[in-house]
Each structure stands twice: as C-alpha cells, then as structure tokens.
Design a protein around this ligand. Sequence first.
Ligand SMILES: [Zn+2]
Length: 354
Amino acid sequence: MTVGSDPELLAFAGRLLERHGGLIEPGEDRLLTLLPPELAQVLEAPEESEIGGEEFPLLYGSPLLDRLVHLATRDAPVAYGQINFSYLKKAGFEQLLGQELIFSGANVRLASRAEARSTYLVLICHYVALSDERKEGLIRLGLHEGSGALIPELPDLWEAANPQFFPVAKAPPHFPVRLAAVLKYGLQHAPGAVERELQDFLASMRRRLHRDVKNTREYYEALRLEMEAGLGHPQLTDSQRQERAAKIAALPQEMARKITDLEQKYRVRVTISAGAAVRLLVDVVQLLLELEVHRVLRSVTVIWNPLTRRLDPLVCESCRQAMEKVYPTPLHGRIQLLCFACSRRSSGQGSGVS
Ligand SMILES: [Zn+2]
C-alpha cells in the first residue's frame, strides 16, 4: 500500500524536527530521520525512522501529525505590548455601576477614581476536531490577567488600538511573573469557545449519526420481517428452522453493536493547545468601591477598560466565572463576591446573612 504523504506536511515536519535537533534526509515521499532521544519520546517514534512511510504515515488526522502540531505549539510564543490612551473617561461611573456591573442587594459608594495600568492577555488556541471528518482552526480568547475574567470583545479590539511592542527582555515589570495561572483560566474557557466555533460541525456529525442509526434500524427491521416470513417455508427442516429462529433472536444484539460502532465513528474528539499569547499593558481607570451589605463593609476595585469602553466583569470568588451581576454575600463577617448560583449555595448552608 502506498501512503502518499502530503509534500507540504513533509516539509513542515522536516523543518520542525530540524529545529528540535533532528537529522533529516528527505526522500521522495518520506523523511529519513535520526531523532534525539527526548524528541523521539515526545513523538512516540523510534530514534531512527521513516516518517511518511507505512509505519509512520503523515496524513491529516494521523496521530503522528497531531503530536507534531503539539510539539510546534508547546512553547507558545508570547508577545508583550502596551496600549496608551491620551484621554480616559473622567466621570459618569456611578451610572455604569447600575448598568454594566450590578451589585445585588448592596449599597455601593464610589470612593475614589485613579488612572492606572492593568494587564490583559489575548490567547490564541489551536484546535483539532476529529470525527468522521477533521476540522481545525484557531480561537482567540481575551482575559484580564489579574482576575482571569473573560473579556469576550478584547480579541477584536486590541489591534486597532495600535499597541507598541517590546522585545521580551525589555517588557515592563508590570506583568505578573507567573503566566501559568492566567493560561490555566484561558484554557478553561477554551473548550466552550471551541464548541461554539464547532457548532455546525457538531450538528453535522449528529445529523449523520442520526441518519445512519435510522437507516440501520430500518435495515434490521426489514431483515427481521423477511427472515420471519421465511420461517414458514414448508421445506425447512426443524433444525434449519431453529437455526433461523436463533439468528432472528440475535438480530437486536447485532443491531445494537452496529449502532455502537456508528456512535464511535461520529464521536468528536477535540484537542486544544495554546498557540500564541499577546500580553498587553493597558491604561485604565481604576475605581475603588465601598460595598455595604447588612452593615458589613468591603472595598472592591473595579476597572473601566478603555478598549471595551466599559467596566470589566468581576470574577465569582467561589467558582471563578466572570459576572456582570454580583451577589455580595456576607460570610463569616466578610462580604464575598459571588455569582447567583454560588450565593444561593452559600446562603443554603445557613452561614450567610445574619
Ligand atoms: Zn460562582
């Protein structure tokens, strides 16, 4: 059998493997490779192998290609930029507090306002969905680095604000050193975003599964009727009749097996990896709010974001979901900022409002 690797894929693999210390000898439709042990382990291939050959075919959808793509994005490049605004909103924040950010059941007072800087992350993720077909693409997520709050409009807005980029070594010290926590928040949001992106693809797989299952059921029903009709044939011996009756009895099981196979065939497996990240230092307005719930006080900092021209959402202090409607809930003498579901759960424990 000839495998017929795609020349573009072979070229991509060759460049990538060389960059990771592999030795490559390109053949007509495959690559002879000598890989350093660590690289061979990552790719789950022997140190000496023929990539693109029958043993390691390099095709869309092949596990080897997935591992190569993972390798290519493992060390996602990070760019650093700054966005300055010569004019920031100065007034009218009280009004936004009842509209863009709502604190349910709390007295809210705007204590102070200051111009500040905050850091944001635009995370670009690559996804591959494998089912009866393959689909891949990119999604972009915007997050506030400090809180991990998802800011859905950010990926569409930051470029138009003309960021100034820095070489990594000269990035200003404002960025939190550890990116891991923000990346984790980002990757938590990625599956939902990919699912929205794949809506049509998922629907198409579901439709095909439904169609094939329906056809399978109809086929087995017709087969059963035909076989049952055949049982009445006068020339059948008793043992032949028993044999056929047993076959009929086994049909539902056989059909169930076929349907399980179909479900496997149309199951969608998605892999997501971080492709690249842009970290942005942005001029913002920081508002200090004083909240009061049942005579318990707490101050809260919120950000007016000049990119989205609105207040950034806050994050539930229990489940980390971004929220525009906040349920400040007194708990052990302290106000917690919770989403509706978490505030319900918390007052259900009877530990809340006194
Ligand atoms: Zn919550």
